[in-house]
Design a protein around this ligand. Structure first.
Ligand SMILES: Cc1cc2nc3c(=O)[nH]c(=O)nc-3n(C[C@H](O)[C@H](O)[C@H](O)COP(=O)(O)OP(=O)(O)OC[C@H]3O[C@@H](n4cnc5c(N)ncnc54)[C@H](O)[C@@H]3O)c2cc1C
Length: 406
């Protein structure tokens, strides 16, 4: 069955058969194309372009985009399933994919007809997008920029030192966040679509512990010229865009990618525990209670994430269908991101323990252990996220844009 014939079972859109079919289609690409490349991507630090192109070819690059703009027109549940299945096969590819779909969705929601024609319709030809928000000066407070756009006639000029940008130097376009020209404070934000080929963009190498294919290196924008037709939304609309057009899609995707990584760790180590036999006692590793306990702990944690993922994704769909702001879910989505990334870390830690000295050697488990660490630091970092959740619990404001050392 192809994606197009999914319509035939759409009469009951939320049916298990419908989403099972979606999962089996994305899993086919993940298993046949993405997983076989995962080891090399990590070892060489290669950008997973081949994987992305395979996804884009089958329409998954613009999974949420309406059909009239060459998208698949699927829903957030389908996107979450896709991020999870790709995460099971390769963490680097999953992160690149989530940023790509996120950037596209932001343009789809806030772009004008001309931008949709120029940036979204050609996605099926293989264009890759991403988000460029974080700045060294504000660290993990990625919503807070010090950089500021300048306006001259029909053009804006962008100058910024972005500390991390997934797909830096590889993306065809960046959804770029900065202060509006003449902004009075950091809440006056504007977003731009920046052509990746623009003069003045310099991406630095990504050399990191894990997700080594992610290419989330620093990127410099030196007087990058952007025509006013690539201002996303209107000047000063950035705060709204950040809360409702960036965060929800990014968080559901990110959490789902880590859910996939956790499952990969569990399945890999179950296989190891079943086939590793201590011949002195003729025991498999799985015959030891301590090993079974660790496997079960991770299985239960993983199961706790699945209905949560589905519920959040469905709520995003309902909000979108009703034309309401999706940002109302940001705190719940943040909790989901924290839990999913920590389950991935627990899963990879247990996998390393269960697989003993062999797991410690270079290989899948060691790689997943390194990959999973990125989830803790990626914005909002789990420390920041817990602060938000805790503040909300005791009735304190999040104070994202309080005036600091300006
Ligand atoms: C793999 C990867 C991919 C990324 N991709 C992108 C991308 O595509 N686009 C993009 O814009 N950015 C991206 N980022 C950046 C990311 O979102 C964060 O901005 C970045 O990781 C912050 O790093 P930092 O060293 O500046 O953190 P710092 O802010 O210096 O944090 C250091 C420590 O302090 C803690 N901390 C910081 N502030 C607070 C606080 N207010 N309360 C409590 N604890 C706090 C942190 O949790 C952390 O433990 C990526 C990062 C990684 C690692």
């Amino acid at each position: 069955m192809s994606i197009n014939t999914l319509d035939s079972i759409r009469y009951n859109k939320q049916s298990k058969a419908y989403y099972d079919e979606i999962r089996s289609q994305i899993r086919k690409i993940a298993e046949e194309v993405i997983r076989p490349n995962a080891e090399r991507i990590d070892e060489e630090g290669d950008f997973p372009r081949e994987n992305l192109q395979a996804l884009i070819r089958e329409g998954w690059g613009n999974v949420l985009v309406p059909k009239k703009y060459n998208g698949l027109g699927l829903d957030h549940v389908a996107f979450a399933i896709a991020a999870e299945e790709i995460g099971k096969a390769c963490a680097s590819t999953a992160l690149v994919y989530v940023m790509h779909v996120g950037a596209i969705q932001t343009i789809t929601l806030y772009g004008n007809e001309d931008q949709l024609e120029r940036w979204i319709k050609p996605i099926d030809k293989g264009l890759v997008g991403t988000y460029s928000t974080s700045e060294k000066a504000s660290g993990g407070h990625w919503w807070y920029n010090f950089s500021e756009a300048k306006r001259e006639g029909d053009y804006y000029f962008l100058n910024a030192e972005k500390s991390f940008t997934t797909s830096a130097g590889q993306a065809d376009f960046y959804v770029f966040q900065t202060r509006s020209p003449g902004a009075e404070d950091a809440t006056d934000i504007s977003f731009f679509i920046v052509d990746g080929k623009s003069p003045g963009i310099e991406a630095k190498p990504w050399e990191a512990l894990g997700v080594r294919g992610n290419h989330s290196g620093p990127i410099i924008y030196d007087n990058v010229q952007v025509h006013k037709r690539d201002l996303l939304g209107f000047e000063g609309q950035g705060k709204d865009l950040l809360l409702h057009g960036v965060s929800p899609i990014y968080l559901i995707g990110l959490g789902s990618a880590w859910l996939g990584v956790a499952q990969n760790a569990l399945h890999t180590v179950i296989d190891y525990a079943n086939r590793t036999i201590h011949q002195d006692f003729n025991h498999r590793l799985g015959d030891y209670q301590v090993i079974r306990q660790q496997l079960a702990e991770v299985k239960i944690l993983i199961e706790s994430l699945k209905p949560w993922q589905r519920e959040l994704a469905e709520q995003l769909d309902i909000l979108q269908d009703e034309g309401k702001e999706q940002g109302v879910l940001n705190l719940s989505l943040t909790e989901y991101k924290v839990h999913a990334s920590e389950v991935a870390n627990r899963a990879t830690k247990n996998a390393l323990d269960i697989s003993g000295g062999y797991g410690y050697k270079k290989g899948t488990i060691e790689r997943l252990f390194r990959d999973a660490r990125a989830g803790i630091a990626m914005g909002p970092s789990n420390n920041i996220a817990r602060e938000w959740v805790g503040k909300d619990l005791v009735g304190l404001p999040l104070e994202l844009w309080i005036k600091g050392g300006e």
